[in-house]
Design a protein around this ligand. Structure first.
Ligand SMILES: O=C[C@H](O)[C@H](O)COP(=O)(O)O
Ligand SMILES: C=C(OP(=O)(O)O)C(=O)O
Ligand SMILES: [Mn+2]
Length: 449
């Protein structure tokens, strides 16, 4: 067996199992050519970086750090521009700074970025004015435009996904290591937000305290170089397995398989079948793995996932991202956390307050209420407080732009505003100001904890 064949044998065991939510590629030969080409491309991330993130998440699992994971529901090829990427990063870094101060623990920052191009959908087709076409499954698969040409899955898009991920990651690396993300700069942006946001006054005290802490560190002579760079990781849903396995490689240091398309990958609520291809694929790679858990998850499901994905019980290997809905979290989460904790596993518990709170407005826009998002996070903190476990982090869909996709927030967006700047290709994202609102409010919760 050639080295290459060996690599892909290990990362291909999922092929004999049912794989949910895979594109219906019309031309299998074209797909095979694309896979072969992707297999020859260089890695987007290094195995050592994935290990480092696993260690950082280990600290989260032990209660010594907090995870902030966020970004678009669906990245788009035509949004791979410097401004959009910078705004997203800026928002995440600002949120990270507020949470770091409030929690007095390191915040592990992970973007839904540089690879979040594939979407699972509730329905295989969409009908408009009597015309039925395949549903949009993310830019890696088909186009958003409602035409037969755009909606036909095209495997060439997988190569564009790789290129878009590479350009995004390149810019993210430049921003986070080149001085742009300097903590003093991030703090100045937060001061600006507090001054200019209608709800800013609420956060004045916290911002003042952070300012004093910054001055204190300065006065102590902390080396300003320490503030200049920031650790930032990339994650996405490992959905299209032909792409993920083509980017799976053996690490020359250890002989283990890594999916080098991103530092962390997660398996979605719709593809986490215990005997399915996605869990099999995830079980073979050494990256930190996330699994989304919706309200139908049983404690037995959670325990079997641990058995399959984290048999060594390694803190940081497995992150459970719960997405129950604000009305269900207080009822559903406690038993899961209790049973998992009793089993001795140390997983990271993260709250995705987005996916259980989506509804369709009368205008036809898919939206979410800021208050529901906040209430789910509140419920998440309450449950962990009552069980004495660690609320490990939040996972949010957001953008750094001033879009109008979710309703509510300090700078309130009303249902009637949704049409103004509704730009998402899939789910509604918190805009820049709603994201910062959320960070300040979660910071207060974390402090109370
Ligand atoms: O992002 C998550 C899912 O892809 C999305 O919520 C599915 O949306 P749909 O119900 O419109 O298909
Ligand atoms: C598809 C997603 O979520 P879930 O799998 O939780 O529905 C998502 O995170 O965009
Ligand atoms: Mn989504």
């Amino acid at each position: 067996m050639t080295v290459n064949a060996e690599i892909h044998a290990g990362g291909n065991t999922w092929r004999s199992l049912p794989a949910a939510q895979q594109p219906d590629w019309p031309d299998q030969e074209a797909l095979r050519d694309v896979i072969a080409e992707l297999e020859s491309y260089p890695p987007l991330v290094f195995a050592g970086e994935c290990d480092q993130l696993r260690q950082r998440l280990g600290a989260v699992a032990r209660g010594e750090a907090f995870l902030l994971q966020g970004g678009d529901c669906a990245e788009a090829f035509d949004a791979v521009g410097a401004d959009q990427i910078r705004n997203k990063l800026k928002t995440l870094l600002q949120m990270g700074a507020v949470l770091t101060y409030a929690g007095s623990v390191p915040v592990v920052k992970v973007g839904r970025i540089a690879g979040q191009y594939s979407k699972p959908r509730s329905k295989p087709t969409e009908t408009r004015d009597g015309v039925t076409l395949p549903t949009y499954r993310g830019d890696s698969v088909n186009g958003f435009a409602f035409t037969p040409e755009a909606r036909t899955p095209d495997p060439q898009r997988l190569k564009r996904m790789y290129q878009a991920s590479a350009s995004t990651l390149n810019l993210v690396r430049a921003f986070t290591t080149g001085g742009y993300a300097d903590l003093r700069q991030v703090h100045a942006w937060n001061q600006d937000f507090v001054k200019s946001s209608p709800s800013g006054q609420r956060y004045e005290q916290l911002a003042r305290e952070i300012d004093r802490a910054m001055n204190f560190m300065n006065a102590c002579g902390v080396d300003p170089e320490e503030f200049k760079t920031v650790e930032f990781y990339a994650s996405h849903e490992a959905l299209v397995l032909d792409y993920e396995s083509a980017l799976t490689r053996i690490d020359s240091r250890t002989g283990h398989l890594y999916d080098v398309s991103g530092h962390m990958v997660w398996i979605g609520e719709r593809t986490r079948q215990l005997d399915g291809a996605h869990i099999e694929f995830a079980s073979k790679i050494r990256n930190p793995i996330g699994v989304k858990l919706g309200p139908t998850t049983t404690p037995e499901d959670a325990l079997t996932l641990i058995e399959r994905l984290d048999p060594e019980r390694e803190p940081g290997r497995l992150t459970f991202i719960t997405r129950m809905g604000a009305d269900k979290i207080r009822e559903k989460l406690p038993t899961l956390v209790e049973k998992v904790t009793a089993s001795g596993a140390q997983v990271v518990w993260v709250c995705d307050p987005m996916h259980g709170n989506t509804f369709e407005a009368a205008s036809g826009h898919k939206t979410r209420r800021f208050d529901d998002v906040l209430d789910e996070v509140k419920g998440f903190f309450e449950v962990h407080k009552s069980l004495g476990t660690h609320p490990g982090g939040i996972h949010v869909e957001l953008t750094g732009d001033d879009v109008t996709e979710c309703v509510g927030g300090g700078d309130e967006i009303f249902v009637d505003d949704l049409h103004q700047r509704y730009e998402t290709a899939c789910d509604p994202r918190l805009n820049r100001s709603q994201s910062l609102d959320l960070a300040f409010l979660v910071a207060e919760m974390y402090r109370d904890q």
